[in-house]
Ligand binder design. Structure first.
Ligand SMILES: [Fe+2]
Length: 216
């Protein structure tokens, strides 16, 4: 009798943390964010962002560091195999009105990115994650109605329903977008995190956060 094993080689971690923020913290965060000054996204005028903050400097974000950090450490250990010191170097809020969308992008100068959902998302505006696109090679695919998409041939993945207070963590290079929101106002907090140091057999590199115009 044959014994078949299928291995998912070199998979990418993606973590969903349910109920990270308490309902009370979700509510107080929404209240303070709604008082904040926002600027329109340069592609969708129905998507607004707050300023990008150092998380230690600003309410409500300074409360999140302690809550997020253990999850960040665990995710970092999946990525780099070691319990490294991590810091959230920037955090901001996205307010998406009905009709708004977020174009496909990834987050540069960062290793782990996260999204905390403060409101329900209409099914139309669930975050969509993409396998890399572009490149300079010719592409062959077998995307057609008879083809069943799965982890080995799929090119994109729609995140499952997220409840207020849920968080996702993913490698910052992963492309993602939010299709046009056909529901009510959608509010999410996003952040980027870096490890203090990576060391490859003594060839080490350190990272710290620096924002132009900001003193160290
Ligand atoms: Fe993003």
């Amino acid at each position: 009798m044959s014994n078949i094993e299928i291995k998912a080689l070199f998979p990418m971690p993606f973590v969903i943390v349910r109920g990270l923020l308490s309902p009370a913290l979700v509510q107080s965060s929404i209240e303070s964010i709604c008082e904040a000054t926002t600027g329109a996204n340069f592609k969708s005028s129905l998507l607004h962002h707050t300023e990008i903050f150092d998380p230690s400097s600003q309410q409500p974000y300074c409360q999140f560091d302690e809550i997020i950090m253990p999850r960040l450490m665990d995710f970092g250990a999946l990525l780099f195999g070691e319990a490294l010191n991590w810091s959230i170097k920037e955090i901001w809020t996205n307010l998406m009105e009905p009709g708004g969308y977020q174009a496909i992008h990834n987050h540069s100068n960062s290793f782990i990115s996260g999204i905390i959902y403060l409101t329900e998302s209409h099914p139309s505006s669930r975050t969509v994650f993409h396998r890399s696109i572009g490149g300079r090679e010719f592409i062959f695919s077998n995307d057609n109605p008879n083809a069943e998409m799965g982890a080995f041939n799929g090119n994109k993945w729609v995140a499952p329903e997220m409840k207020p207070g849920d968080m996702v963590l993913f490698p910052s290079y992963l492309l993602h977008e939010v299709p046009q929101n056909q529901g009510q106002r959608r509010i999410t907090i996003a952040f980027n995190a870096i490890p203090e140091r990576l060391d490859s057999w003594g060839y080490a590199v350190s990272f710290n956060s620096y924002r132009s115009g900001q003193d160290q």
